[in-house]
Each structure stands twice: as C-alpha cells, then as structure tokens.
Design a protein around this ligand. Structure first.
Ligand SMILES: [Cu+2]
Length: 308
C-alpha cells in the first residue's frame, strides 16, 4: 500500500497544475482551433473567446464575470463557426485529468448586432446538454469526466428546433475530485446556427453567469469523500434543466417588417461562392475559395480560412 500511496502522491504533484481547457471544436469534418491560452494573445484569432490559463475557477469566483467565459470580458475576434441546427459539435480538450467531473453545455443568442462585441451578460443562457454521474456511486462511480479523461472529447447536438442566428456556446467542466472545493472550467465560442428551426427557448428557463450557480447548490456544496457520496447513485448537476427544444417562436426583428425589398438586378454568378463565415481555404481544404460579396477570405491558422 505504501508504494501505491507514494505513486498517488506523485501523480497528484505531476497533474496538480494540469487542469485543462477546450482546445478545438469539430463540426462535420472541420476542426476549428480554439484560443491558445499559453501563447501571446497578440494577433490571435479564433472562434473561441480569449482565456488565459487552464486553471480552475472556484467557489470564491462564482460571483465574478470570469465564471461566464473564463476571462474578464474579452470579446470575439471576428470568427464564428457555421453549424446546422440538429447537427453535432465536438469539443476537444487540450488536456483533462479529473475523472469525477460533470460537463454542462450552454448556448446564448447574441443580439442582432452579432456576437463579436457582446459579452454574454444577462439572463440569456440555456443548457443544451449535461452529464454528471453515469454509473455507480458518487464516490467510486463513473463520471462524464472519465469519458473526457479517456477521450478528451465531448459531443453535443445543437437543438434541431433552434432558430438560426448568431450564438455563443459555453462548455463548462465541473471537477469534483476535491472535497468541498468544486472547480469550474468554462470556455465560450461563437457559432452561426443555420437551418429551418423556428424556436427560441422561453425566457423562463434562461440563466445568467454569474448567477446560475450558487455555493449552496447541492451539486456545488459537495463532498465526494463524505458518507453520503459513498451510497448516492445520482448527482444533482448544477444549473437549469436541459432545454427540451420547445418554447417561444422568435420575435420578428421589427426593422425587417418595415423594410421594402428592393429588386436588384442579378449579377453574373461566380462558379462557386462561400457564404459569410464559411470555410474558404486552409491546408487540405478542397472546396470553394470564392467568398460571398461583402466578405473576404482570411486565414485562421494553417488549417482553416474563413469568409469574414
Ligand atoms: Cu485541475
């Protein structure tokens, strides 16, 4: 036992500063590189909002703006990933080491001015996915965090009924390995949702960050080593229920109601055209490289160029 105790202590030291963060997002066959927290922020562009470390936020941070997107108010860098409602987005963590952990995934509809200059404040967030304890007891069972330690991946589906538009997506890992010291690891990215969805979540289910979590929530005020955790076979995941995909029809933008459509002569069409925010280049990319009028093709690293 002494050997394994020493081994456990050594591994704690080795991974103590490991923590983690979402490094890439994959939609269909396209990989979108996230923010690189340990590289200079100067000149970085990604669909993901800037954040500075893999370190956790803790209970003392629950009232701070950092609990929203893991930064103190950084906005977008001009990029956004296109995804059809009903399709899947795969988050891949650069590293993750904590097995007892819950995953929570939220979205928020950006204002009509778009996501880039919007900070995600207010009661605007709805949950699209979560998973906590999968089997066994809280103390010794299998958690969503086990899957992420083993694969570094969590895949979620954008609700099929969700109205098209600009959204933030927020992945939040909640590590529970330390008794009474839950650790939060949120990161946000910008999405352009396409499709024929016609629903936005009702305001009654929306939450804010900070605000959605409290230190007294049973899933936050949590002792994984306690006697209760040795017998409990379910875990109360913090935050709201996952949105069921039903709710209010989106409000029509009043400015569109009074706009009189102006007939425009049809210009000669290029042989192909990439819609704004679509991919237009990068290593290995074999598709169309002509951006729609009003947008230009810009490189976001070697593997992805986007019409912006
Ligand atoms: Cu950690």
């Amino acid at each position: 036992m002494r050997y394994s105790t020493l081994l456990a202590a050594a591994s704690l030291v080795a991974t103590g500063a490991a923590h983690g963060g979402v490094g890439t997002y994959t939609i269909g066959g396209t990989v979108y590189k996230g923010w690189q927290p340990y590289q200079s922020s100067s000149g970085q562009k990604s669909i993901q909002r800037e954040y500075s470390t893999f370190d956790p936020l803790v209970i003392a941070d629950l009232g701070k703006v950092q609990i929203r997107c893991n930064n103190a108010g950084a906005l977008g860098t001009g990029l956004s990933a296109s995804i059809a409602a009903g399709s899947k987005i795969k988050a891949t963590w650069t590293q993750w080491t904590h097995r007892p952990a819950a995953i929570m995934v939220y979205m928020a509809k950006c204002p009509s001015s778009g996501c880039n200059s919007w900070d995600g404040s207010g009661k605007v967030w709805f949950k699209i996915d979560h998973e906590g304890l999968i089997s066994g007891t809280q103390n010794a069972g299998i958690w969503a965090g086990d899957a992420i330690v083993d694969t570094l991946v969590w895949e979620s589906t954008i609700p099929a009924s969700l109205a098209p538009g600009e959204y933030l997506i927020r992945h939040d890992l909640l590590a529970l390995h330390q008794r009474n010291n839950p650790q939060f690891y949120p990161e946000c990215a910008q999405l352009t949702v396409t499709g024929n969805g016609d629903t936005v979540p009702p305001s009654s289910i929306l939450v804010s960050f900070p605000g959605a979590y409290s230190a007294s929530d049973p899933g936050v005020d949590f002792n994984i080593d306690g006697e209760a955790a040795k017998v409990a076979t379910s875990y109360p995941i913090p935050g709201p229920a996952v949105w069921d995909g039903t709710g209010n029809a989106p409000q029509p933008d009043p400015t569109t109601l009074i706009q009189v459509p102006t007939p425009t002569p049809t210009p000669a069409q290029p042989s192909c055209e990439v819609a704004k925010y679509g991919q237009c280049g990068g290593i290995g990319f074999g598709g169309c490289t002509v951006c729609a009028a009003g947008s230009t093709c810009r490189a976001n690293g070697d593997y992805y160029s986007q019409c912006v």
